[in-house]
Structure formats: structure tokens, C-alpha cells
Design a protein around this ligand. Structure first.
Ligand code: NIG
Ligand code: FE
Length: 430
């Protein structure tokens, strides 16, 4: 199929964009993409590709923007229940970490998730994934972390894998058994840290290796919430070091509320990404800048908590770091399913240009889950994951918010049309 007549085709070609190179969109005016067997086989000028592929089925982009599907590299998308009552408390002045310490917050979602079957978890998650997809996210990371014991953590992992297999939104799994201290270990974080290292991580590793359907697939990421009231720096180091020994690639939640040195720890241990990065110090920024650890900013989290401090993105860019954006979609701090909103917020709160925010939400976000070889840009050989917007100028992303600008989504070459205000349906199925 030939997608042609894009006013602006944003290729994002050339790999992850570090420091001041962030925002290189690789724009082709009146652009076209040739898709074969779910992959991109050529990218170029519409007139040339129309002439060289005259018998190809065509999809007219009608003078609108075409760009890679968004990659959302940090979500907690699988959970049961909601926390609307806590939102009301927080808007009345209650603090997130105080609610957590009192047995609410993450722990209240843990109670509901432990009680939910895999079918319930999948039923509650599917509509969220459908809305993410309708808003242009074609690949996302998804974390466990609302079980905090092996059985429920495994059930969450199985839900993520089953939802990924069902598609169309592609998921990269992360084991976040170290998301909070479970009620059974209240007051004994070291006891739970030791349990994670001695039993839970080896159990997940062994389970993954025993699944014929996962043969050849790399282990999931292992993530830790390095934070006051969760895991301190020494415990985070212990968990991540054990995970690395077992062969897991690493991520961590760092500097969301307090600076414990998590970002520098992530760099030291070769983590794929360090995420949140609000209270990040100059030394942490220097460490990130000289590394391949992607700095993932989640601006919906301070926004969702009505806080005023955001990731020091300008310093990260100025010092040469790799910056990506994610939604952090979760029931506690940021129930946001739209990377378009993340981009709009990043422009205002992180002072990114629309071009920088788009690169941070596509090619750099793909690198934050180590999938930049297959998704995140429009280049021959990559998956045909792309969006056709309803607008002719890419700067409408960022400028506008609260309206879905995605008209059509292609995932591995299959076309899904987004009905205004509805979930997408595969062409022909409506
Ligand atoms: O990234 N910080 C820890 N985890 C999530 C919140 C999860 C929750 O509150 O349920 C976050 O903000
Ligand atoms: Fe998170």
C-alpha cells in the first residue's frame, strides 16, 4: 500500500536524538510511504513513489501530517478499580506519600488487583489500551507492580503478555515487584527487598524461561520505585544488581518526590532508562548526559498531582542527555491515555518545542524501551506503525490539546480508522 500526499511526512530518521539534536523531524513535504508485509519499504516524495508504484493500492493522506506512531515508554496500564476518592482528598490538600504511608495509594490498588482474576484485569485494561491506540500510541511499556507477591505479579505479567498478543497495541513488559512495600512487610522494607532478590526475581526469570511461547524473547525490564517510603538507594541497588545478575534489563523510578540519587544509580548500573526525574540534581544530569540511559520525563505526574515542579528538561538537553516522554498512565497520579496531551504539556511545562516533544515521544521513547530498531521512525525495514493526523502542520501537536488529532492509525501496516470520539475499528469491521 502507498500512503501518499502527506503535507508533511515526519520520518524522524537517523536514530535516537541526543541533546541539542532533539527535534530533528526529517520532514518530507508532499511525502509518501510504501508499506509491504507490515513493514516500510520506501519513504519519499509522493510524485516519485506514485510514478514508481503505479499499481499499488493507495491511501490518500489528503494533505495531512503523517508521522510515526507514538511510543509510550512508561505506563502502569494494568490495574483494577480506581482512586477517584483519593484524587478528591489530594485536591483537598492530602499528600501522595502520606496517603501511601497510611495504607492507601498504591496499596489500595494492590488490594483490588490481588482480588481480580486475569480476565477482570484484562477486561478493565482493554478499553484503556483502545483509547491509547485511538490517540496514536502504537507501542507502550506496561508494568506489573500492583501485586507485590509472586502470584499476582505473575498474573499481571500474563495479562500484559496476553494483551500484547491480542494487539493491535504492542506492549513491552516490565516487572515492578519493587513498586511499594506490601502490607505484609509494613515497617520491614529490607525484608521485602530480600524476598524480591531471593525468591521473586528468580521465580519470574525461571517462569519466563519455561514458556515455549516466549522462547527467544528477551527478559522483561525490572524496575524499582527508588523513593522515600518505598525503596531507599541501597535497597534499589540490591534489587537492580540482583536483576542484572539474572539477565534482566533495568529501569527505575527516580527523583519523583525526593532525590535519593536514583538517576546516578541507574547510570552506574547501565539502566535502559531513569524515569520521572523531577528532583534531579546537577550531578545526576551530568551522569545521564554521558550515558545511554534515557531520561524519561512524565509531565502528567506533577500535573496530575497539581504540583508545580517538572523535569529540568532544558538542562538535560543542554548537557547532551537523551530525553524521552511518557504518560505514566496509572490510577494514582496520572490517568492519561494520550501522548498528544503529554506533548502539549511538555511544550508548556518543560519548554520543549513541538518538534522536540514529538521526537521525545517517538524515536527517543522507542529507545527508552530498546525498540528503536523496529519502531519510532519511518525508515525502510521498520514496522509500518504510523499516524495520519487530521491537520496539515505538525505544530498543531503541542499547540492544541484535549482534542484527538489522529484520524487513522496504521499498526504493522493494518489500517484503523478513528471515529470522532470513539475507539478505532479496523477498516471493514464496522
Ligand atoms: O509512577 N511512583 C510510583 N508509581 C506511579 C504511581 C502509581 C500509583 O499511584 O498507583 C508513578 O507515579
Ligand atoms: Fe511510574
Amino acid at each position: 500500500m502507498l500512503i501518499h500526499s502527506a503535507s508533511q511526512l515526519l520520518t524522524l530518521a537517523g536514530g535516537p536524538q541526543r541533546g541539542k539534536a532533539l527535534g530533528s523531524l526529517g520532514i518530507i513535504e508532499d511525502g509518501a510511504v510504501l508499506v509491504r508485509d507490515g513493514k516500510i519499504s520506501a519513504v519519499g516524495d509522493s510524485k516519485e513513489l506514485l510514478a514508481s508504484s503505479p499499481y499499488e493500492p493507495r491511501l490518500d493522506a489528503c494533505g495531512c501530517v503523517v508521522l510515526p506512531g507514538f511510543v509510550d515508554p512508561h505506563t502502569h496500564i494494568v490495574w483494577a478499580g480506581d482512586r477517584a476518592a483519593e484524587f478528591e482528598m489530594k485536591m483537598g490538600g492530602a499528600k501522595y506519600l502520606d496517603i501511601l504511608a497510611a495504607g492507601g495509594g498504591i496499596i489500595s490498588t494492590v488490594r483490588k488487583t490481588r482480588a481480580a482474576s486475569i480476565e477482570t484485569l484484562m477486561d478493565e485494561t482493554r478499553p484503556r489500551l483502545a483509547r491509547m491506540f485511538a490517540h496514536g500510541t502504537t507501542t507502550a511499556e506496561a508494568k506489573t507492580g500492583y501485586g507485590l507477591e509472586s502470584e499476582t505479579e505473575l498474573r499481571m505479567l500474563q495479562a500484559i503478555l496476553a494483551l500484547d498478543a491480542a494487539g493491535p497495541l504492542e506492549l513491552a513488559a516490565t516487572f515492578l515487584g519493587a513498586h511499594a512495600i506490601p502490607p505484609e512487610y509494613k515497617g520491614n522494607p529490607q525484608g521485602y527487598t530480600d524476598l524480591l532478590c531471593a525468591e521473586m526475581l528468580p521465580f519470574i526469570c525461571q517462569w519466563w524461561g519455561s514458556q515455549p511461547s516466549l522462547a527467544g524473547r528477551p527478559l522483561p525490564f525490572v524496575d524499582v520505585f527508588c523513593e522515600t517510603g518505598a525503596f531507599d538507594l541501597a535497597q534499589s541497588r540490591q534489587i537492580l544488581t540482583r536483576a542484572a545478575e539474572l539477565g534482566f534489563p533495568l529501569k527505575l523510578h527516580a527523583d519523583e518526590f525526593d532525590n535519593l540519587g536514583g538517576a546516578s544509580l541507574g547510570v552506574e548500573l547501565g539502566a535502559v532508562s531513569a524515569d520521572h526525574l523531577v528532583k534531579t540534581s546537577a550531578a545526576d544530569i551530568r551522569a545521564l548526559a554521558g550515558s545511554d540511559t534515557v531520561a524519561v520525563s512524565l509531565p502528567c505526574t506533577p500535573f496530575g498531582l497539581a504540583e508545580s515542579e517538572y523535569t529540568p528538561a532544558q538542562q538535560i538537553i543542554a548537557s547532551g542527555g537523551l530525553l524521552a516522554l511518557a504518560s505514566d498512565c496509572n490510577p494514582g497520579t496520572a490517568w492519561c491515555e494520550s501522548m498528544q496531551f503529554v506533548i502539549a504539556l511538555a511544550c508548556r511545562a518543560l519548554k520543549l518545542t513541538p518538534a522536540q516533544a514529538i521526537a521525545a515521544a517517538t524515536i527517543n521513547a522507542a529507545h527508552a524501551i530498546r525498540r528503536s530498531q523496529t519502531v519510532g521512525s519511518l525508515e525502510p525495514g521498520k514496522q509500518a506503525d504510523l499516524l495520519i493526523l487530521s491537520v496539515p502542520d505538525y505544530r498543531q501537536l503541542g499547540y492544541r490539546f484535549g482534542t484527538n488529532l489522529v484520524k487513522q492509525v496504521l499498526k504493522r501496516g493494518r489500517v484503523y480508522t478513528v471515529e470522532a470520539g470513539a475507539s478505532p475499528s479496523e477498516n471493514g469491521s464496522l
